[in-house]
Each structure stands twice: as structure tokens, then as C-alpha cells.
Design a protein around this ligand. Structure first.
Ligand SMILES: NC(=O)c1ccc[n+]([C@@H]2O[C@H](COP(=O)([O-])OP(=O)(O)OC[C@H]3O[C@@H](n4cnc5c(N)ncnc54)[C@H](O)[C@@H]3O)[C@@H](O)[C@H]2O)c1
Length: 255
């Protein structure tokens, strides 16, 4: 039986770990040709080999790195159907502690990297043979709506919402069939959180309590939303914010 992403070419940034890894595995199982793009070559190459993806070295904060990726996709695949701008980092620095260097580093990955990805995707998707079109998916966070003290992270994830809507509206106004949406995971057990839990065990219970379902999400649950948005079933979905956070932002915090 054909998969839901059969014959589509997809790039997932930050695919060497966590949520991105889950997306790479699921996209491959749905029939897509997947490029796993990351700075972590050992893990990325291993995961790619396991599931039939191709590993590509990409630093999302480097314009030249995107330029190279664009050339590779054009030459080897001849089209791009889906880009997931998923790579992201945290800084754990509040407004009194953050430095200009830390702020710029995080913004260059979490926000500028997403902008550069959107530029590359539009350039390729408008040249797709047959028909212009594609789906851009940006991994934001429940932090886009509910702040945490990590000021650069919170700001970057709120920024991803505006960036996503702007790209969606531009593409629609231009008559390009390119959709752009953001996914908003809640606490999801990946390396980012595992490290925090190792350092401070109480973080685990606090993360469970964030959702009224009283647990964290899984990478598979986030990947399922990405499959929907990448597929043709999401043909009328653009500019949207798709929560995968177990009701976290719906719950009154004092109840
Ligand atoms: N885990 C959560 O609870 C959670 C919640 C909400 C949103 N998110 C978001 O989901 C996305 C994935 O997070 P995760 O939890 O899977 O993290 P993770 O640390 O497990 O994976 C992040 C991946 O991004 C890659 N990466 C980092 N910098 C990069 C760069 N400059 N260029 C290319 N790749 C780079 C890393 O090598 C890694 O493979 C992030 O955008 C994160 O902010 C995570």
C-alpha cells in the first residue's frame, strides 16, 4: 500500500535526535525520500542508514550551508515537497543573565535558520516539475504562547509564529501552492529535557504536570502531526499553529 507521503522529497533539519529523528523515521515509513539535515554527523548518518534516508551536513545558521543543500536537492532529487525547519537549541538564560553572544547564537539557529530554510524551500518548490507546490513545517513550541524564563528561547518560538504566518500569506498571495504551518509541541521527552532531568530530577514531574493529561508527549505523537501537514490531506491548511501538547495551553494555571 502506498504511504501517505509516497514519492515526496522531504528535508528534516535537526533530524539526528529527538523530534526530528521521529519525523525522519515516520516520513521514510510513509514512502518519502528523506534528507536528514543536521550538524551531528555520527548520529545523523547512523539514523539515515537505518531508515533509508540520506544524511546531509547542514548548519541552519549558515547561509552558505543552505545554498549547498539547495544545489544538492536540485541536482540529485530535482524537487522539494516538504521542509521541516525543526533544528533548535535552548539557552537556559533569563533576561538578567543572557549575553548578546548567547542571544545571537540562539536566534541564528531558532529563528534565522527557519527564515533561511523558508527561502530555500520557496526557491525550490516554485520550480517543482509539473506543478508548483509544497509544505513548509516549522517546529515552534507551547512556549510560543506561554513564556519560560529562557528569554531567547521564548522570544524565538514566538517569532516562529509570525514568520510562519508571513510566509504563508506571501505564498498564498503570490498564487504559489506552498503551505506554511507551525507545530507546537509541549514537553516531549528528548535529549533537551533528558539533560535537564539528569541535572534536576524534579523537572520530570514538573514537565508531566504541564499537561492536564499528566504526562509528556512522545516524538511519535509530534511526527504524526508533521505527516498530516506534509501530506495532501492538509491542502487547505496554511498559516496555522498546530498544538501537540496534551492541552497544556488550554488549562487554567491555577486550577
Ligand atoms: N523536547 C521538547 O520538549 C520540545 C518542546 C517544544 C519544542 N521543541 C522543539 O523541537 C525541536 C527539536 O527539539 P528536540 O527536543 O528534538 O531536541 P534535540 O536536542 O533532541 O534535537 C535537536 C537537533 O537539532 C540539531 N541542531 C542543533 N543545532 C543545529 C544547527 N545549527 N544546524 C542543524 N542542526 C542543528 C542537533 O544536532 C539535534 O540533532 C526544537 O526546535 C525544539 O525547540 C522541543
Amino acid at each position: 500500500m502506498a504511504g501517505r507521503l509516497q514519492d515526496k522529497v522531504a528535508v528534516v533539519t535537526g533530524g539526528a535526535s529527538g523530534i526530528g529523528e521521529g519525523m525522519v523515521r515516520r516520513f521514510c515509513s510513509e514512502g518519502a525520500s528523506v534528507l536528514l539535515a543536521d550538524i551531528d554527523e555520527p548520529n545523523g548518518a547512523m539514523i539515515a542508514a537505518e531508515c533509508g534516508a540520506e544524511f546531509i551536513m547542514l548548519d541552519v545558521s549558515e547561509p552558505d550551508s543552505w545554498q549547498q543543500l539547495q544545489g544538492t536537492i536540485s541536482d540529485k532529487y530535482g524537487r522539494l515537497d516538504t521542509l521541516v525547519n525543526n533544528a533548535g537549541i535552548v539557552s537556559s538564560l533569563d533576561i538578567t543573565a543572557v549575553t548578546v553572544e548567547a542571544w545571537q547564537r540562539l536566534m541564528s539557529i531558532n529563528l534565522m535558520g527557519v527564515m533561511l530554510g523558508c527561502q530555500m524551500a520557496i526557491a525550490l518548490m516554485r520550480e517543482n516539475p509539473g506543478a508548483v507546490g509544497g509544505s513548509i513545517i516549522n517546529t515552534a513550541s507551547s512556549t510560543s504562547f506561554l513564556a519560560i524564563p529562557d528569554v531567547a528561547y521564548t522570544t524565538s518560538k514566538a517569532g516562529v509564529v509570525g514568520l510562519t504566518k508571513s510566509v504563508a500569506v506571501f505564498c498564498a498571495n503570490e498564487g504559489l501552492n506552498i503551505r506554511c504551518n507551525s507545530i507546537h509541541p509541549g514537553a516531549t521527552l528528548t535529549n533537551i529535557l533528558k539533560t535537564a532531568i539528569e541535572q534536576t530530577p524534579e523537572v520530570e514531574e514538573a514537565c508531566n504536570r504541564m499537561s492536564p493529561l499528566n504526562r509528556m508527549g512522545t516524538v511519535e505523537e509530534v511526527a504524526a502531526m508533521a505527516v498530516f501537514l506534509a501530506s495532501d490531506e492538509a491542502s487547505f491548511c496554511t498559516g496555522g499553529q498546530y498544538a501537540v501538547e496534551g492541552g497544556t495551553v488550554s488549562q487554567h494555571p491555577k486550577m
